[in-house]
Design a binder for this molecule. Sequence first.
Ligand code: SF4
Ligand code: SF4
Length: 373
Amino acid sequence: MYKAIVRESSYEYERLRKDVFDILVALDTGVITANKVVLIKPNLLRAATVEQAITTHPLIVRAVVEYVLQMGARPLVMDSSCFGKFSRIVRETGLVDALSGLDVTLAKFTDSVKINSILPGIAVDGLQVKETELAREAIEADCIINLPKLKTHIQMGMTLAVKNLFGCVVGWRKPQWHIKIGQDRDQFAALLLSIYRTLRPSINIIDGILAMEGDGPGTGGRPRQLGVLVGANDALAIDVAVCQMLDLQPDELPTNKVARKLGMIGEVSVDGKLTKVKDFAMPSTIRKISDLAFIPSSTMNFVRQNLTSRPASKKKLCKLCNECVNICPAKAITNDGKSLHFDYEKCIRCYCCSEACPHGAIEAQKPLLRRFF
Ligand code: SF4
Ligand code: SF4
């Protein structure tokens, strides 16, 4: 039986610190001890304010760093984003201010190390993830504390505890994985699970106090107050508990579904009050007919082109800044100086363009035939 701890909380620091410490004490099985190197991995997707709910709240990171220091261990706070300079991201998200005065290293991942896949049997639909390259510090740390943000994700439904570890793939290697895998969500889920099993964070705490709904995980999503922290030793236990809270079937999340097929997750018991949220808005690409948005690559091209959601720019919001053009792993977007053009034959529906857009100007659009149905 897997266990998830749920605590109602807020960003008022004294209360938050107490709640975070309570969860850490309950989950620390003796792994955080003197002189151990503890990697703390928040979600630092891009430069954003705490009100935008894109990144893990900096005061949660502070509370975790204080705990690690109190145990005599050595905290490293690290992440790697494709979207902007790390120095700007940590400044604008409030992390620099939040960590001031603490003996902590705050840096971005730069070096990668190649490792054999921990789960050779994890291949889905023929994809063999034999080898991955992950951040050196993530591989070499004595233990990892994973601090995801509770957000929707236009490609994968939600980005929770398992998905947050994709940030340990350094910088531009992330879009390269998207192009390697294509548009099958189950295959991408298999990659995420392989990374998760390789890194095996000791403790996971998700920031669901100010969460995100709608077309997340970037500027296209909307902040949503949920007022909870969820902690667990097993990242999948958090992902299952959050689905229960949001009134989703756990297997609606591809990572949960593939994990269950592979026997990586069973029943999850909840310690605390899990209040159901019945009206949480998922991305427009997810659920019911829109599940066609990520059909297996073996399915007819006609169906993909005519029934699946696809990215499009909102002309009124688009500033033609080229962030999406530069990030697109399929080179499917061009800018003629007046508007953007998408090549849907090339597009793999990874929605990296949506994550990259600083202005919330990329939406998932239904093709004409799909609208007719
Ligand atoms: S990133 Fe956003 S604003 Fe910039 S060109 Fe793309 S859609 Fe337009
Ligand atoms: S256009 Fe957007 S969704 Fe399509 S491949 Fe490029 S980044 Fe991915």
